[in-house]
Design a protein around this ligand. Sequence first.
Ligand SMILES: O=C(CO)[C@H](O)[C@H](O)COP(=O)(O)O
Ligand SMILES: [Fe+2]
Length: 227
Amino acid sequence: MAQINPSILSADFARLAEEAKAVEGADWLHVDVMDNHFVPNLTLGVPVVESLSRATDIPLDCHLMIEEPDRWAPQYVEAGAGSVTFHAEAAAAPVRLAREIRAKGARAAMALKPATPIEPYEDLLPELDMLLVMTVEPGFGGQAFLDIMLPKIRRTRELIARHGLELWLQVDGGVSAETIERCAEAGADVFVAGSAVYGTDDPAAAVRMLRHQADEATAAASWACRH
Ligand SMILES: O=C(CO)[C@H](O)[C@H](O)COP(=O)(O)O
Ligand SMILES: [Fe+2]
């Protein structure tokens, strides 16, 4: 079944615990950590993740858009994150970092900005639990989905299948009722949605609707039949 991860970037930061409750039934809560260096925006850090992990039963999926993830990522595991994603463009030693995240007890994931190809990282895939293909330029919520990323999602799904891996394939940025089916058809199975969830009157219903759409599109997709 498709996993839907609402992004709290589009939530009210003064009411994060309530905003987590508003998406009960979501698979993960996506937490965008930005440092105003790797991306031109600043959000939250380790103490907020620590408090949020105590305030909700939904596991936290921390997307680190920061420099020096080798230094910081382990601290997010200690703060309670169930999954930690570092960017390929920022990590100094991605294999060592992925192993450290896993050794500390979280799922290890790596993200690719739109201009970063997947092919140079093929040998790294067995070290990861999830690969994130960004479908907008990281930094801000509410941007338009980049259709041009669909071939990269397809190629990544093919590589995962070729290596016989159980790796999850996440998409993040502009995922909505209009775009989620294209992502699922191309091979994504974990979907981050910020504005498409928190920008509605009923965020929990939006999660259910997006999951239903993704499941239908996956069932019809050739990559899932071969899986
Ligand atoms: O990583 C991100 C931006 O860098 C966010 O997770 C993403 O943009 C979610 O927001 P939306 O669904 O509104 O695009
Ligand atoms: Fe994100």
